[in-house]
Design a protein around this ligand. Structure first.
Ligand SMILES: Nc1ncnc2c1ncn2[C@@H]1O[C@H](COP(=O)(O)OP(=O)(O)OP(=O)(O)O)[C@@H](O)[C@H]1O
Length: 546
């Protein structure tokens, strides 16, 4: 728990200035509250003791403090929340990047609802570490020290008041380990609940077509019950902790009263009572910090669990410069997706000089898409090597490789944005004319021109606004727009009708002239004009007739 939380603080290092400023303002605001009540106590003690002039002076001094106190509370809220929002935003970006590096290898955490939960709820739980633990603990610590300093002249009184307050200060740390289990269960249940809700909704057509909404509803209800149970356990701990905090505050008050009744000086007793009241507000919320600490630790654990999955391949520490050429050579390639899976390739050799037009055929599951993944550096060979322009892919940065090799994947996705924005993912600065050229080449320009909003038409989530074949052609246009000299087209005509498929394949040669094209297919239609045809079989590439 401690290690995870310290690591979170490490992630927030660049926001150290904001976080420290928030802490400083919170401490100042708490001390202002203490000063306010200490002065009030002093004034009352002076008046009771017959020192009317001193009492009146203390009351006069109170006036600016009364005005300053709400202002300091406002500043504290603004500063601590601004610091938290910045730190959490950084954490989300960090987590997103780590996921993006790891997801292609399939880290077993791909349920989108669960990942979304980690990115949103688990990151959000981290705010408790700062807002509900560090800030109140720092403020309360400062208050207890002030109480000790102001009552130092009466050691017994100081001990009677400060001891319960100090114990309340330690409560979060004492209570957090007990709440850790409930917090971890609640966080995990929240992840499962999100997954149970999001998965059937993403595939809503299949859910409804299979009459599976009742089953999905039952699964959702079961997860909600589990979450409710874990949250109740957490809430009951928070309630017990809150009561413990209240008791300790009252113990401090009673301590001061008892000291006064036992013959202690009236002035000091009144001061101690007022100081205890001032501290009670800060101390009162501390015990709940224990559950907040446990929740933050559970959130941190879930983040690191996903973020620390081994990446499919490490980036080279010192990447080689981008090669000038783009010939591809595969030598003795061995690859299995995991040690317990049969190898996909067992010594594949392939030579693709610049400008090669290769049709790569083979039955389902033989490894065609796996080869594309290896060429894109989404996976790395266990033995053998792949070179691009004579440089080993292993020594090139993934970004450089993907600048040279573009791919239309089998399940290429359109994002819920305009057609133009979807196309410009491949070439952010492409002018409109280039977008239309790519759309025409992919055989979808006419359809887009006929849309009232043209290039600004939104695609819907996953391209839902278009038919499967239309979405495929839009994805194809995106790849054609890329300036990469090597194109991998994985089943580019899947979902196209026979006529459009033929038209597309016939123009493929002209639209990709000068580039290396690897066309992946189960079989050829006759309209392709590949320079070479290879068939994958038994982990090797063999010449094929088509
Ligand atoms: N990300 C992955 N993680 C684990 N195993 C994978 C992954 N991708 C593919 N595989 C496995 O690797 C093998 C080759 O799959 P691949 O998708 O490369 O075949 P394919 O020839 O492209 O098939 P298809 O024509 O059906 O698309 C299969 O056994 C598949 O289950």
């Amino acid at each position: 728990m401690t290690a995870d939380l310290l690591r979170i603080l490490g992630l927030w290092r660049s926001r150290g200035g904001w976080l420290l400023a928030g802490l400083a303002i919170a401490i100042a605001s708490a001390l202002l509250g203490a000063a306010l009540l200490a002065l009030a106590g002093q004034a009352v003690a002076d008046v009771l003791g017959g020192a009317a002039v001193a009492g009146a002076t203390a009351f006069l001094l109170l006036r600016p403090l009364i005005a300053l106190r709400p202002a300091s509370r406002w500043a504290e809220r603004m500063a601590t929340h601004a610091a938290t929002f910045r730190a959490l935003a950084d954490t989300r970006v960090w987590f997103f990047r780590r996921l993006a590096e790891r997801l292609p290898s399939g880290i077993g955490l791909r349920r989108s609802g669960d990942l979304l939960g980690r990115l949103v709820a688990d990151v959000e739980a981290l705010d408790g570490l700062y807002l509900k633990v560090m800030v109140p603990v720092a403020a309360a610590l400062a208050m207890v020290l002030v109480v000790l300093a102001l009552l130092a002249g009466h050691p017994l009184l100081a001990a009677a008041v400060a001891l319960p307050l100090a114990l309340a200060l330690a409560l979060p740390l004492l209570l957090a380990p007990g709440a850790a289990r409930a917090a971890a269960d609640a966080a995990a249940a929240q992840g499962r609940l999100r997954a149970a809700a999001v998965d059937p909704l993403i595939g809503i057509e299949d859910t409804l077509a299979a009459n599976a909404e009742a089953t999905a509803g039952t699964a959702l209800a079961a997860e909600a019950t589990r979450l409710g149970r874990a949250q109740r356990r957490l809430a009951s701990r928070a309630a017990i902790a809150g009561a413990a905090g209240g008791l300790l505050g009252q113990a401090a008050l009673l301590g001061a009263l008892a000291w006064g009744l036992a013959g202690g000086a009236a002035g000091a007793t009144v001061l101690a009572l007022f100081l205890t009241l001032a501290t009670a507000e800060t101390i009162g919320i501390l015990p709940r910090a224990g559950t907040a600490l446990a929740a933050a630790a559970a959130g941190a654990r879930r983040l690191f669990e996903a973020a620390d999955a081994p990446p499919p391949l490490a980036e080279p520490a010192d990447p080689a410069p981008m090669p000038t050429g783009h010939a591809i050579r595969i030598e003795g390639l061995h690859f299995a997706w995991s040690p317990d899976r049969p190898p996909v390739f067992g010594g594949l050799d392939l030579d693709l000089p610049e400008g090669t037009r290769l049709a790569l055929l083979g039955p389902s599951g033989i490894g065609k898409s796996t080869l594309a993944a290896l060429l894109l550096k989404l996976a790395a060979p266990q033995a053998g090597r792949i070179t691009l322009g004579g440089t080993d892919l292993a020594s090139l940065s993934a970004e450089d490789v993907r600048r040279r090799i573009a791919c239309l994947t089998q399940d290429a996705r359109l994002f819920d944005d305009s057609i133009a924005a979807n196309l410009r993912i491949a070439a952010p600065l492409a002018p409109e004319a280039a977008l239309w050229r790519a759309l025409d080449r992919a055989g979808i320009g006419t359809l887009v021109r006929a849309l009232p909003e043209g290039l600004e038409t939104r695609c819907g989530e996953g391209g839902a606004r278009f038919s499967g074949g239309q979405a495929r052609r839009l994805a194809l246009a995106r790849v054609l727009l890329s300036a990469a000299p090597v194109l991998i087209l994985d089943e580019p005509t899947a979902g196209l009708d026979a006529e459009t498929e033929r038209a597309f394949l016939e123009t493929l040669e002209t639209v990709t002239a000068g580039r290396t094209v690897i066309l992946i297919a189960h079989r050829l239609t006759g309209a392709e004009k590949p320079g070479r045809i290879l068939r994958l079989a038994g982990g090797r590439a063999l010449p094929a007739a088509g």
